[in-house]
Design a protein around this ligand. Structure first.
Ligand code: MN
Length: 254
């Protein structure tokens, strides 16, 4: 099996290095990762400057772009093979609920999925890199059991609690929870009197009900959420199609 590994924390992050070691037991690992931290980059592509590729090791490519750039370039001309799976992460911090919209970790996986390669994004719930090896051991055991049973096309978002292996309670299929709106920005005056703003942290958890990603990790379970990328609101579409048709002046001569 050929595996493409990427992330958003950058090539030097402990998380991707752990994933590279972990995935090596499943096949040949290729790496296309950003040179620097691009957390929160979402699906952005660099379109207004060329991108450079360094190769620190055989099959390892480090690119001065976003996570989506890395996977895009790898799958659109850089790699001579088509990988069987894209694995992104493991991220320094959770990507649950609305985090998935901003996450570069999820975006790297999504870029693979968009190009027809099944993909998994891994994140650790806490940002302190604690129990990283335990998380990798648990993930590897889940992959060994389930990889061959997954459908031919999937985009899966996995969040792993920072726990010693012995305290992991298992795993659960989940849906995305919900957060409250983000925290306010932090205003900071510069020395010359100008004002700058730091984007505030994500909102507090709003929906942590049973079946959500939040609920699973709080119980010591690895959360496994299948994602779709069709943002269409079909319920609203059905509603609007009735309401709007009735109100629109369909006959332009009227
Ligand atoms: Mn990150």
């Amino acid at each position: 099996m050929n595996i493409l590994v990427s992330n958003d924390d950058g090539y030097d992050a402990p998380g991707i290095q752990a994933v590279i070691r972990m995935m090596a037991q499943f096949g040949t690992v290729y790496v296309a990762a950003p040179e620097t931290n691009h957390s929160g980059a979402s699906n952005s592509l660099t379109l207004r400057r060329p991108l450079t590729v360094q190769q620190p090791l055989p099959r390892h490519y480090v690119i001065n772009g976003t996570p989506a750039d890395c996977v895009h370039i790898a799958l659109s001309g850089l790699l001579l093979i088509k990988p069987d799976i894209v694995v992104s992460g493991i991220n320094q911090g959770q990507n649950m609920a609305e985090d998935t919209l901003y996450s570069g970790t999820v975006a790297a996986a999504m870029e693979g999925y968009l190009k027809g390669v099944p993909a998994i994004a891994f994140s650790q719930v806490k940002q302190d890199w604690s129990y990283l090896d335990d998380a990798m051991t648990f993930a590897a055991s889940w992959l060994r059991t389930h990889l061959s049973h997954l459908p031919s096309r999937y985009l899966i978002n996995i969040n792993i609690p920072n726990l010693p292996l012995g305290e992991m309670k298992g795993w659960e299929l989940t849906r995305l929870g919900k957060r409250h709106p983000p925290q306010p920005v932090q205003k900071i005056a510069t020395e010359d009197g100008a004002e700058t703003y730091w984007i505030g942290p994500a909102g507090e958890v709003n929906d942590r009900s049973k079946g959500t990603d939040f609920c699973a990790v709080e119980q010591g379970l690895m959360s496994v959420t299948p994602l779709s990328i069709d943002l269409t609101d079909y319920k609203a579409m059905a509603q609007l199609s009735t309401q709007l048709t009735a109100q629109l002046p369909l006959d332009s001569k009227a």
